[in-house]
Design a protein around this ligand. Structure first.
Ligand code: GUN
Ligand code: ZN
Length: 645
């Protein structure tokens, strides 16, 4: 079994999950198969919806003599006639629904192994939301105990060890940590069905985040019992890779149709607002007129079409870099879901999420509401503005929001000011204070905010503005008359290009990076068509290129050498095993299994310095993973090599 990251956005990822029965692309949905009654067979699912993996229940199979014997004799894959990977659950959910069940926790794992399940699940103890902390703690202890006893019998079956802990984040996190220290392969987050049934999405967010904080980031995470696409985008953004759905069939029995925004009773639908093959072959009244069996089957098919199309939408958003936009849009469909986004204003959560947030994506940040300002990319930006950027002069001239890039929009005004004296130019933007030098850097230039901004955003950005400008005298630009307020001072001509590249380098690489990179005879080459900075040479050596898309630097070998020589270890470093050194010198990328250590500050898509174990500089590259991921993943690309020594 292997799991690797292929693409990413927010804390979500496109994963490649390899099993004995084939490769699965995540995030994905495992339809629940009832071996007693298949409304739609797994084979049909594969053909119609592209289902790659399914889940069924070993407890049900074991309790039915016929099914049990067939499963033991012919194997699970024959039993349900599916040649892709199959996950099995253990009976935990039945014990939650029916009370005590007759099964031994180890026997049920052995049974799953013996029938050839690809991923078996331990008999975890379902922690309900109404439990006291003591009861929840006891359940967690028993779950961990059973996980420890189950691991020695799993053999070559993958084992799913469920994170429990009721609604107590600290219990969830320690449960996750303890399970992560075992040789487990797959981590469901359990005990959340009652939260979803009661639309307690804020508690759900807390449970997912607490579990994720404690889990090994290289392992697949499954949100147990989340079958409604309403929660998929948010759960994926927080790092869930798998979902299972019995909802598609349960709702069908109840004549309810799943949509991305919720469910609708068939009897209340005049039209079918969907273009899946079911909804294009029947009108609402035709669907109602079907025989009950047929009607259930058709609704179940519609439900799966919709569910898988939501999964595809999410995967596209990850590749596009628009997952947060999708999360925020989706949340407006349901007030409880919208409320749950408020949980993400919590600083601790922002700090955790920021570690997984790519440095930039191909798409602009779209404002969707008062949550946008709390997004990890903006949180990072605000932190860096305060800690990696120092206003240079005693006076700041502040311009109101304008067209982007600001340096072009306010070019005439700025020229007049700079003729008088050097000052800091700051734009009081919707996103917060923007120093002029950074006006083309992601996401300042690559963000779209409406004219009318909510109060929460205004409050937050104004607080930041005050903090940012507190050491300087502020002059607000209100028109050409403002020039009179700016006293003239004898000064050398201002080199705006140098100010720009220095400010970007410090924001991107850390405080002393600009000195390290640009100390020497500077030559800045600009694009003839756009006049944007493209390549920077120091002492006739190419040190960095500036990317037009995000206004950030690509590190060339001479730039890498300079940063390596002046930034202390482990800054920007990725330390690789000596076995990998010759390959990297040949331009090959670094795979996760060859990583020894890395700078904890590195973020996905960051430029980095590839070094050997003696900190000898070998190459520059682009990090695909953060340090925690580099240290735990055993497969997949960790650093894309750019230029080697
Ligand atoms: N199905 C839905 N919730 C759960 C859970 O918490 N544990 C297990 N094993 N299965 C589930
Ligand atoms: Zn449909």
């Amino acid at each position: 079994m292997t799991f690797e990251i292929r693409d990413r956005d927010a804390a979500g990822r496109i994963g490649k999950f390899t099993t004995k029965h084939g490769v699965v692309t995540t995030p994905t949905l495992l339809p629940v198969i009832n071996p007693n009654k298949m409304v739609i067979t797994p084979k049909e699912m594969k053909k119609q919806f592209g289902t790659e993996m399914v889940i069924t229940n070993s407890y049900i199979i074991r309790n039915d003599q016929k099914l049990r014997e067939k499963a033991l004799q012919d194997g699970l894959h024959k039993l349900i006639d599916f040649d892709g990977p199959i996950m099995t659950d253990s009976g935990t959910f039945q014990s939650y629904i029916y009370g005590k069940i007759e099964v031994d926790p180890i026997e049920i794992v052995e049974f799953q192994r013996d029938i050839g399940s690809d991923i078996g699940t331990i008999l975890d103890v379902f922690g309900t939301p109404d439990q006291t902390k003591t009861t929840a703690q006891n359940g967690v202890n028993e779950t961990i105990k059973r996980a420890k006893k189950s691991i020695p019998v799993k053999q070559d079956m993958m084992l799913a060890c469920t994170v429990q802990g009721s609604i107590y984040p600290d219990l969830r996190e320690t449960c996750a940590q303890e399970l992560s220290s075992l040789d487990a392969d797959f981590f469901p987050i359990g005990g959340v069905v009652p939260l979803m049934e009661n639309q307690r999405y804020t508690d759900l967010v807390r449970c997912i985040l607490a579990a994720k904080k404690g889990l090994n980031p290289s392992k697949p995470v499954h949100l147990f019992g989340a079958g409604h696409p309403l929660v998929f985008p948010l759960a994926v953004a927080l790092g869930c890779d798998f979902f299972d759905s019995s909802a598609y069939v349960k709702y069908a029995y109840d004549q309810r149709l799943i949509f991305s925004w919720g469910t609708e009773k068939l009897e209340r639908l005049t039209e079918l607002p969907c273009s899946c093959p079911v909804c294009t072959s029947f009108t609402a009244s035709e669907l109602r007129a079907l025989k009950p069996e047929e009607c259930i089957r058709e609704i179940a098919r519609h439900n799966l079409y919709v569910s898988f199309s939501e999964i595809k939408k999410i995967r596209n958003a990850i590749i596009d870099g628009t997952l947060w936009e999708l999360v925020e849009q989706q949340a407006t469909a349901n007030p409880y879901l919208l409320d749950s986004l408020k949980e993400l204003r919590n600083k601790e959560h922002k700090q955790w999420l920021e570690q997984f947030e790519p440095i930039s994506t191909q798409r602009a940040v779209f404002y969707t509401g008062d949550h946008t300002i709390h997004r990890p990319i903006i949180y990072r930006l605000h932190e860096r503005i305060l800690h990696r950027h120092e206003p240079q002069y005693d006076t700041s001239v502040v311009f109101p929001e304008g067209n982007k890039p600001y340096s072009r929009y306010y070019a005439n005004e700025i020229q007049k000011i700079f003729e008088k004296r050097p000052v800091n130019i700051v734009i009081d933007s919707a996103l917060g204070p923007v120093p002029l030098e950074l006006d083309e850097m992601y996401p300042f230039a690559q963000s779209i905010f409406p004219d009318h901004i909510d109060q929460e955003t205004q409050k937050l950005t104004q607080k930041l503005f005050k903090e940012f400008t507190k050491k300087t005298k502020i002059i607000r630009w209100t028109g050409n008359e403002t020039l009179k307020k700016i006293s003239a001072k004898k000064h050398k001509p201002i080199d705006c290009d140098l100010r720009k590249i220095s400010a970007v380098a410090d924001m991107q690489f850390g405080n002393s990076a600009s000195t390290a990179l640009f100390n020497g005879t500077l030559k800045i080459v600009k694009s003839k068509t756009t006049e944007k900075i493209r390549n920077i040479y120091v002492d006739e050596k190419h040190v960095v290129s500036m990317r037009a898309e995000d206004g950030l630097f690509t590190l060339r070998i001479h730039g890498g050498k300079r940063l390596h020589a002046s930034l202390p270890f482990p800054k920007l470093r990725v330390v690789i095993d000596s076995d990998a050194v010759p390959f990297v010198k040949n331009g090959k990328s670094v795979f996760a299994q060859f990583i020894i250590d890395a700078d904890p500050q590195l973020r996905p898509n960051d430029e980095c310095l590839i070094v050997d174990q003696n900190d000898t500089f070998i190459a520059t590259g682009r990090a695909m993973l953060n340090r925690m991921e580099m240290m735990t993943f055993k497969h997949g690309m960790a650093v894309k090599t750019r230029e080697s020594i």
